[in-house]
Design a protein around this ligand. Sequence first.
Ligand code: PRP
Ligand code: MG
Ligand code: ZN
Length: 222
Amino acid sequence: GEAGTGRLRMAVQKKGRLADETFDLLKRCGLSLSQSKNRLYARVQEMPIDILLVRDDDIPALVAGGASDLGIVGGNVFEEERAGGRLGSRVPLVKPLGFSKCRLCIALPKEDTYSQPADLGGMRIATSYPALTEDWLEREGVKGATTVVMNGAHEIAPRLGVADAVCDIVSTGGTLDANGLKVAETIYRSEALLIGGPLEGEAKKVADALQLRIEGVQRSRD
Ligand code: PRP
Ligand code: MG
Ligand code: ZN
């Protein structure tokens, strides 16, 4: 926990779809936040927990580096940071939370024919998940494909001529469809994860109490 205060730190996404569902989970856990959303943290009233409001991409490293005790982050982001070698040797424990489910998919223009991974040979693939994409291409033995890192708007990359395919998150499929793309392969199935620990002493007690509340919410959803 934060030195001297005895409060546990948990990093969550500041805004976005994962953030909406994370705040919903905390509310269902009976936790209220003393927050103004433009601040960098909020205090949980009912438990000694401070919520750090950050970009989701930063959460795995904040937890692995010990700046935050816990984090809630999409498996897509966590696995990309790990595959990219950015978590060092202290990889946190992981507990699946069952929400924010989505797929990481390689997608192609609708008019392209696709039957197998070898068809991606030599292609440039626009993505913000280069490590997961390159690992998959290597496992499948795809020859000569490369990644082009983009931080957003991947779906227009083929029309702009900067890539032949994209590897991006698909939830409803609406974004792909609106951009004339179709799924070729699902390379990773993602959901929100609680990451952090192993913890000791008072920090472990608070984390265990939080996990009990989360498990209660999960049971009431089943
Ligand atoms: C994600 C993803 C896609 C889109 C897919 O972006 O990058 O662009 O959602 O969702 P759909 O299948 O329901 O259309 P998001 O809005 O999370 O923003 P980001 O990529 O900037 O993080
Ligand atoms: Mg993001
Ligand atoms: Zn996108």
